[in-house]
Design a protein around this ligand. Structure first.
Ligand code: ADP
Ligand code: ZN
Length: 616
């Protein structure tokens, strides 16, 4: 392997090929790298999986001195360092989790100039000893990862990030690169201001994730629907299932386990050790399902998460996009699946109504929820709507979301809306009573329930006027009226109430277009399995069986070394090896993801797996 001195004189492209084993830069990686290597500051916005890491890792190798990487994710630093070590890059970290001994070794390596990258938690930079250490070494670059953590209005604010503006004053000649996957322009401006990146060049990528298939389905029996998704489309795949509450995380994890799917829970109610173990296992083992609250996920850079499923409605499009973005970082086909129903709308509206904070805060929450609901109810391409939300004008419908694959019909729901709103109106005005959606629907359907006879609701003029729709269809009507703000929910029992806008519908001044769910949702039509099955779908059976053998070899090797499987090789690399069946080390070195170091370390083993007789 080349000595570090050689690296410094190298151009970026040979480093990409030799160290990381990739053929070409992606998007504007090359521009960012040239700019930073040349000493310029940069602010980089790329979606998850866009390839941000190389934007600072390659300058770290090309520039003189050590690159200091500031990251809030101390639990993941070991994995990041392991992944770099695996390709022969000299990396270390300093944080509160390590022993004094380990710390001393890293400090010594830093001072001796024997590190290419040093990972630090932001709080370390507040301490005098770390600053003194940095003063004594030679720094070539500062990289500020997860830079949106400096934003006080964002969901991941870390006070320690505010102090990072001092980097510029203390080391004016060292270039800085800040990176984030948070898309909104408000956040971007805030990052630039707070980090004093006044002269930084901004690199803003498209936030499209073309390999992720977005699907939002009506919620019926959510756990069963989830199970069907996992069995039909993602057998043996790693994925994340998000639930709103800790209780439903536990129940869902138990349910999946009972049905033969390896699943682990993760939420803030579990003790720290259990959380750490479950996270470790998810990262290290193949094909585990993590059932979690949104407490899980930041910085999880496992590349082969094949699906992200939401069993409850996310509170905002930002949150939804961030969570679903954890699928498919390796660029292979992945699924973002959300089950959504009337109860979600009722529950979230109620949560906002009863939340602490002033009116402005509640309005803000409501605006975020409305945008999320609009995404759920749209009859347009989901991807176009998502990208527009983030300020990108997407062009054509994507062909890889549920509304593109199985277009829902829209229908004129004005009359249905009027019937439902009249029922709410009659109960309220004539009887001074309020009821939940279920009871109102029973009235429209003319059901003789105990509750109806007890209250004498069969004498209302709206009793039985809605038999043209089924109960499920009526629930869809209520849901869409709630989503559009034409109906409101109130109080602890989620009772229905009219809004100012309801009057326009009742007074025939406004029509209501509704979404009719397709008879068969996208999944059953595109019944071909995705995920790991897709990873091998375009391989012939012989190559597919080689892929499985390579995967088994990788699992054993990763276990021996105590690193995640993807640190050895990504799925995409194994797939290419299985397909190309290289016969020599020289041929193997051409596969994307096989760099110099991994070739030397695993090349012979891979060739042996390829030639070994397939089990009968
Ligand atoms: P981000 O940090 O932006 O979420 P990563 O840096 O983790 O993304 O990169 C996502 C994936 O893409 C990783 O698996 C990485 O190895 C791969 N990757 C990045 N750049 C390239 C490239 N130029 N060619 C091939 N693969 C790449
Ligand atoms: Zn689409």
């Amino acid at each position: 392997m080349a000595s570090p001195t050689d690296l410094r004189t190298e151009d970026a492209l040979p480093v990409l090929r030799r160290v990381f084993g990739y053929d070409a830069f992606r998007g504007f990686q090359r521009e960012v790298i040239d700019h930073v290597v040349g000493g310029g500051d940069a602010l980089v916005l790329m979606p998850t999986g866009g390839g941000k890491s190389l934007c600072y890792q390659i300058p770290a190798l090309v520039r003189d001195g050590v690159a200091v990487v500031v990251s809030p994710l101390i639990a993941l630093m070991q994995d990041q360092v392991d992944a770099l070590t695996a390709v022969g890059v000299r990396a270390g970290f300093l944080n509160s989790t390590q022993t004094l001994d380990a710390r001393r070794r890293v400090e010594a390596a830093f001072l001796a100039g024997e590190l290419d990258l040093l990972y630090l938690a932001p709080e370390a930079l507040g301490g005098r000893s770390t600053l003194a250490l940095l003063d004594r070494g030679r720094i070539g670059l500062f990289a500020i990862d997860e830079a949106h953590c400096v934003s006080q209005w964002g969901h991941d604010f870390r006070p320690d990030y505010l102090a990072l503006s001092m980097l510029h004053e203390r080391w004016p000649e060292v270039p800085r690169i800040a990176l984030t996957a948070t898309a909104t322009s408000a956040t971007r401006t805030e990052i630039a201001t707070r980090l004093k990146l006044d002269d930084a060049r901004h690199f803003v990528a498209s936030f499209d994730r073309p390999n992720i298939q977005y699907r939002i389905v009506p919620k019926r029996e959510p756990r069963k629907q989830l199970l069907a998704l996992l069995r039909d489309e993602h057998p043996g795949d790693a994925g994340i299932v998000y639930c709103l509450s800790r209780a439903s995380v536990d129940k869902t994890a138990e349910f999946l386990t009972a049905n033969g799917i390896a699943a682990l829970p993760y939420h803030a109610g579990l003790d720290a050790a259990t959380r750490a173990t479950n996270q470790q296992r998810f990262l290290r083992e193949d094909g585990l399902v993590m059932v979690a609250t949104i407490a899980f996920g930041m910085g999880i850079d496992k590349p082969d998460v094949r699906f992200v499923a939401h069993l409850d409605l996310p509170k905002s499009v930002e949150g939804y996009y961030q969570e679903t973005g954890r699928a498919g970082r390796d660029g292979l086909p992945s699924t973002a699946w959300l089950a959504y129903g009337l109860q979600d709308v009722v529950q979230q509206r109620k949560m906002i109504e009863t939340s602490d904070g002033d009116l402005a805060h509640r309005r803000n929450l409501a605006a975020h929820l409305d945008a999320m609901l609009a995404l759920c109810e749209t009859v347009r391409c989901r991807r176009v709507q998502l990208l527009e939300y983030f300020g990108e004008s997407a062009t054509a419908a994507c062909g890889n979301c549920d509304t593109c694959l199985t277009p829902p019909e829209s229908w004129d729901g004005t009359v249905a809306a009027q019937k439902l709103l009249s029922a709410v109106f009659r109960l309220d005005r004539e009887r001074n009573q309020r009821f939940g959606a279920g009871h109102c629907i029973d009235i429209l359907l003319g059901k003789q329930t105990d509750k109806i006879s007890q209250h004498g609701h069969d004498s209302l003029t709206v009793f039985g006027i809605g038999t043209e729709l089924s109960e499920a269809e009526w629930r869809g009507v209520v849901r869409q009226l709630l989503a559009e703000g034409l109906l409101a929910v109130e109080g602890d029992y989620g009772t229905l109430a009219l809004t100012d806008a309801s009057a326009d519908v009742l007074g025939r001044r406004r029509t209501v277009t509704m979404r009719r769910e397709p008879e068969k949702p996208a999944s059953s039509r595109s019944a071909k399995p995705r995920g790991s099955a897709t990873v091998v779908a375009d391989l012939d059976p012989a190559a597919a069986s080689i892929f499985e053998r390579l995967r088994a070899w990788r699992a054993t090797t990763a276990k021996e070394q105590g690193v995640p499987a993807y640190v050895i090789f990504h799925d995409a690399t194994l797939r290419q090896i299985a397909g190309d069946a290289p016969g020599s080390l020289a041929e193997l070195s051409k596969v994307s993801g096989v760099g110099e170091n991994k070739l030397a370390k695993y090349g012979e083993q891979i060739l042996a797996v390829l030639t070994e007789d397939a089990p009968a």
